[in-house]
Design a protein around this ligand. Structure first.
Ligand SMILES: *Cc1c(COP(=O)(O)O)cnc(C)c1O
Length: 401
C-alpha cells in the first residue's frame, strides 16, 4: 500500500466516519497550495470552508502566533490577561458594535447567540419565561450541536439525534412574507446566514436582508447574522450584510477569525444586548485565550487594511465572469455567489458533485461538493490571479471530459 492508502485505511479504521474526505493526505501547505505525503501539490479552492481566508501559513499570522506562544497561551477567564481587552475593543470596533463574547468554534458562538437572544427576550423585551421563539431559515447551516441541529432542515444532519430543542420556527429562506407571518410577541430573534454557505452559496433575493432588518426593528426582534462563513472578507466586504447596507443587532463570527491557526469565534453586539449577562451565566475555558486573541488581533489588523476585501472583489469579479461563461454550455446549470465565493450547480448528467471533485483532485485542484451536484469554490483570498485561472482551466477540462 502507498503512504496515502495506508493513512486513509488507518483513518477509516480508527475515526468515526462523520466525513467522506477526498483521498488526499496533506502534509504541508503554504498560501493557496497544499502538498500531500507523496509530494504532489494541490491548489486549495476550499480554504477550510473560509477558515483559511488569509491562506495557509500566512507569515503575519504565524509570526503573531509564535510570538504569543512564547509569552502566555492560556489563563482561563478566572484572571485577566493582557491581550483580552485589546481583542474585544478591536473586534467590537471592526464590527461597529460595543461588546464581544468570545468562544472557540462556530457552533459555540451560535449557541451563545441563541442563549443571549433568549435572555434578552426575558430580561429586556419582557417575553414570559420559557416562551421565547427564534425564527430561522430553511436549508440553514449553523453547526452541529444538539440544539442547532434541532432547527436544521437537513435530514442527515438531524435524523436520530432527537429529542430536539424546542423554541425555533423555520421559514423559507428569502421569504419575507413567511417571516412576517411567523412572528409573534414571543419572537426574540431572527437567525440567518446573509448568504447560505453549506446550502450551496445561496444569495437571498435583493431586498430580503433590508426587509428582515426593517421587520425585526419594527417588531423589537433581534436580527442575528451568522457571518461565520460569509464574513471577514470572503464576499469582498468585511461582512456580507454590507452588500445590502444592513447592520444586524448581532454578528456571529468564527472560521477566518482564527486565521486558520486556532479556533476563535465570537458574538459581537451592543451593550444593551450583551450587557444582559452576569458572572456565572455563560463561559468557556478556552474562549478568549491569549493565543486566540493574539491571532485574531492580527486578523483584525489585516482586515483593516481593506486589502483582502479588495482582492476578494477583484478576483471574485473575475471568477464569476469566467464561471458565467460556462453556464448554458451544457455542464453548468447555475452559478451563484458573491466575491471569491461561488456555488456551481453541475448538470447531474455530467456527474455528481463528488465525481467532479474527484476528477478535479486528479488534476490537482481541491474543492468540496455539497448537496448532490453542487460544488463550491472558495479559494484563500491570497490566491494569485494566475493560480485562480489555472484552477478554472482544470474545471473547464473536467467539465469538457
Ligand atoms: C461552519 C459554520 C458554522 C459552524 O462552525 P464550526 O466551527 O464548525 O462549529 C456555523 N455557521 C456557519 C454559517 C458556518 O459556515
Amino acid at each position: 500500500m502507498s503512504t496515502t492508502e495506508n493513512a486513509i485505511a488507518s483513518a477509516e479504521a480508527h475515526s468515526a466516519h462523520t466525513y467522506h474526505p477526498l483521498p488526499v493526505v496533506v502534509a504541508t501547505a503554504e498560501g493557496a497550495w497544499m502538498t500531500d505525503v507523496e509530494g504532489r501539490r494541490y491548489l486549495d479552492m476550499l480554504a477550510g470552508y473560509s477558515a483559511l481566508n488569509f491562506g495557509h501559513a500566512n507569515r503575519r499570522l504565524i509570526d503573531a502566533a509564535k510570538a504569543q506562544l512564547e509569552r502566555v497561551t492560556l489563563t482561563s477567564r478566572a484572571f485577566h490577561h493582557d491581550r483580552f481587552a485589546e481583542f474585544c475593543t478591536q473586534l467590537a470596533d471592526l464590527c461597529g458594535m460595543e461588546m464581544v463574547l468570545p468562544m472557540n468554534t462556530g457552533a459555540e458562538a451560535v449557541e451563545t447567540a441563541v442563549k443571549t437572544a433568549r435572555k434578552w427576550g426575558y430580561r429586556v423585551k419582557g417575553v414570559p419565561d420559557g416562551m421565547a421563539k427564534i425564527i430561522v431559515a430553511s436549508d440553514n447551516f449553523h453547526g452541529r450541536t444538539t440544539t442547532i441541529i434541532s432547527f436544521s432542515t437537513d435530514h442527515e444532519a438531524r435524523a436520530d439525534f432527537g429529542p430536539y430543542t424546542p423554541g425555533f420556527e423555520i421559514v423559507p429562506y428569502g421569504d419575507l412574507t413567511a417571516m412576517r407571518a411567523a412572528m409573534t410577541e414571543n419572537t426574540v430573534a431572527v437567525l440567518l446566514e446573509p448568504i447560505q454557505g453549506e446550502a450551496g452559496v445561496l444569495v437571498p433575493p435583493p431586498g430580503y436582508l433590508p426587509g428582515v432588518r426593517e421587520l425585526t426593528r419594527e417588531r423589537n426582534v433581534l436580527f442575528i447574522a451568522d457571518e461565520i462563513q460569509s464574513g471577514l472578507g470572503r464576499t469582498g466586504k468585511t461582512f456580507a450584510c454590507e452588500h445590502e447596507g444592513v447592520v444586524p443587532d448581532m454578528y456571529v463570527l468564527g472560521k477566518a477569525l482564527g486565521g486558520g491557526i486556532v479556533p476563535v469565534s465570537a458574538v459581537v453586539s451592543s451593550a444593551a444586548v450583551l450587557g444582559v449577562y452576569r458572572p456565572g451565566e455563560h463561559g468557556s475555558t478556552f474562549g478568549g485565550n491569549p493565543l486566540a486573541c493574539a491571532v485574531a488581533l492580527e486578523v483584525i489588523a489585516m482586515l483593516r487594511t481593506g486589502e483582502f476585501q479588495q482582492r476578494a472583489t477583484e478576483l471574485g469579479d473575475h471568477l464569476h465572469q469566467e464561471l458565467g461563461l460556462l453556464v448554458g454550455g451544457g455542464a453548468v446549470q447555475t452559478v451563484r455567489g458573491r466575491g471569491l465565493w461561488a456555488g456551481v450547480d453541475i448538470d447531474p448528467g455530467h456527474g455528481t458533485g463528488r465525481e467532479i471533485s474527484e476528477k478535479l483532485m486528479d488534476r490537482r485542484v481541491l474543492v468540496k461538493d455539497t448537496h448532490g451536484s453542487t460544488i463550491r469554490i472558495a479559494p484563500p483570498l491570497v490566491i494569485s490571479k494566475e493560480d485562480l485561472d489555472w484552477g478554472l482551466e482544470q474545471l473547464r477540462e473536467v467539465l469538457r471530459g
